[in-house]
Design a protein around this ligand. Sequence first.
Ligand code: 13P
Length: 261
Amino acid sequence: MNPSRPPLVAGNWKMHPASVELAVSLAVNVRDAVAGLAARSVVCPPTIWLSTVAAAIGGGSTEPGRLAIGAQTVHAEEAGPYTGETSPLMVAEVAQYVILGHSERRQNDNETDAAVATKVASAVVHRLVPIAAIGERADERRAGLTATVIERQLRAAISRLPRIAGSGLVVAYEPVWAIGTGDAASGEDAQAAAAQIRSILAESDPGGAAEVAILYGGSCTPDNAAEFFAEPDVDGALVGGASLDAASFAQIVQLAVEARG
Ligand code: 13P
């Protein structure tokens, strides 16, 4: 954690919880548990509940100590014949953040590097903070391709952004082999990836690179989060499973605040 950047902890609820009532109560409990903590906290519910959850918490806010709302994906276009999709104009009415390029969407929905690039640029135009998710699969890691994959996915994700500074860009390093497996990366691995990400961003925009929050994601829990937050280029976490429990999520936010010093 670098004291010049406020911590950011985002919860990716994926296709959970089981009902809108549970989603509302989870969001309200998270809002109350993170209130006043000096970090940016975000919950990313399923698209169908974005409005309800936003209303339940009194509207999301990007202010530290308040809870913001994020979508889990968005379409790049504002309108058109895109059955089943959600426009960034629609999402921006109720959310402040959007996760883009999550590995589950790359794997299951054929989201390509090129699509992620278009969506990241569109999100920024529509005043949504993009959380661009990148990370290598287990086979790529075994083949020694971690840095190659990070570089390819990151360069693509920012390729349509006119500039990094002021874009609000957030990058999440989520090694695919660590997601939902209980086999988190080490703090050292996360720092190596985060430092590589920051140095690639700095090639075109050193000032902008220093502003970007870089998150670690993959089996992050209250038991291991401090290890990631102790690293100088890791500014927070993108949390899956542990974000479905308000107390666990808030504990991770608290650890981020403590790590900033
Ligand atoms: P887990 O924390 O459940 O491993 O999920 C991580 C993730 O994919 C967040 O986007």
